[in-house]
Design a protein around this ligand. Structure first.
Ligand code: TYD
Length: 221
């Protein structure tokens, strides 16, 4: 808790590769700090030394005897393990001391990628999250949506041929991810704000600020 005993707010950014989540997380943190709010910006997979080590294993998997990386269940367990460490070591301590946490991806990435596109289903991912992180939910999840044609162009500019084990999966996998994100957000309109990520990052930031206005109003009130 901070001086007034108020818990910090937890905001997650979600969306496909190249949607602009990292840029928007940093712009939001700067805007919150301008208002005198203490903010910790972090990311998944990662955010603690242990979770960053797991990130490395996930994005550049050691290749086993079958020539493949992680099987889908092992992949989901590793994401959940990284998240458990991140929540216990960084996110909860910050929130409890009154600091706001802005996180670049959280559990809904596991729901969309491993649960949706990877075929494990939502229940399995939610069960892992319940076990690993007591089911912690952000106060608000901002889903940044960008039309697939624009994304392909941004990604080619950002990654060239250098995409990682998950980013480099087929376009049909990434279409399934996008479709699942949309379903997850539609099922929980209070927990999500869907923001159009097209155009200039400053314009997208204005949409993000409009989406978090209710949280800021609560803070002020
Ligand atoms: P990262 O470079 O952080 O994402 P981005 O390309 O959006 O900048 O890479 C993280 C990759 O891991 C990305 O492809 C999404 C994937 N991922 C999952 O599959 N499940 C998860 O739970 C998380 C957090 C990420």
């Amino acid at each position: 808790m901070n001086g007034s005993g108020v818990r910090g707010r937890f905001i997650a950014f979600e969306g496909g590769e190249g949607a602009g989540k990292t840029t928007q997380a940093n712009l939001l943190a700067a805007a919150l700090r301008d208002r005198g709010i203490a903010v910790d910006v972090t990311r998944e997979p990662g955010g603690t030394p242990g979770a960053e080590a797991i990130r490395q294993l996930l994005l550049e998997p050691p290749v086993g005897p079958t020539g493949k990386g992680w099987n889908p269940k092992a992949e989901a367990l590793l994401f959940a393990a990284a998240r458990s460490d991140h929540v216990a070591e960084r996110i909860l301590p910050a929130l409890e001391s009154g600091i706001w946490v802005v996180c670049d991806r959280f559990v809904d990435s596991s729901r969309a990628y491993q649960g949706g596109a990877g075929g494990l289903g939502d229940e399995a991912i939610l069960a892992l999250h319940e076990f690993g992180s007591d089911g912690l939910r952000p106060d608000l999840t901002i889903l940044i949506e960008v039309e697939p044609g624009q994304l392909a162009q941004r990604l080619a500019e950002r990654d060239g041929d250098e995409s990682d084990a998950i980013g480099g999966r087929s376009s049909s996998y990434h279409h399934k991810v996008a479709a699942r994100f949309r379903l997850i957000a539609q099922a929980d309109p209070k927990g999500f704000a869907v923001v159009d990520g097209s155009g200039d990052p400053v314009d997208v930031h204005e949409r993000v600020m409009a989406a978090i206005e209710p949280l800021l109003a609560e803070e002020a009130g």
